[in-house]
Design a protein. Structure first.
Length: 76
């Protein structure tokens, strides 16, 4: 179980760093779901940090940023 969680955390971190630094989501279906990749990536990394420091407030902010990454329309 710990190995699966560690693997999922690494995948989540890679997706978050990719979205935050490059400003786009990998794959063919993730870009269709996420409108603001940098916001989504920041939220994903904040969720990982909150898991390591065991902070529910950071987790709530991270989940909120991930949700905003899905909802907020890109600025033109």
């Amino acid at each position: 179980m710990a190995l699966v969680l560690a693997l999922l955390a690494m995948v989540w971190a890679v997706l978050g760093v990719h979205a935050l630094l490059l400003g786009r989501m990998p794959g063919w279906w993730l870009p269709q779901l996420v409108r603001q990749p940098r916001l989504w990536g920041a939220g994903a990394l904040l969720m990982l940090v909150s898991w390591n420091v065991r902070s529910l407030s950071l987790l709530a902010v991270g989940v909120g940023l991930v949700a905003l990454g899905h909802v907020v329309k890109p600025a033109r």
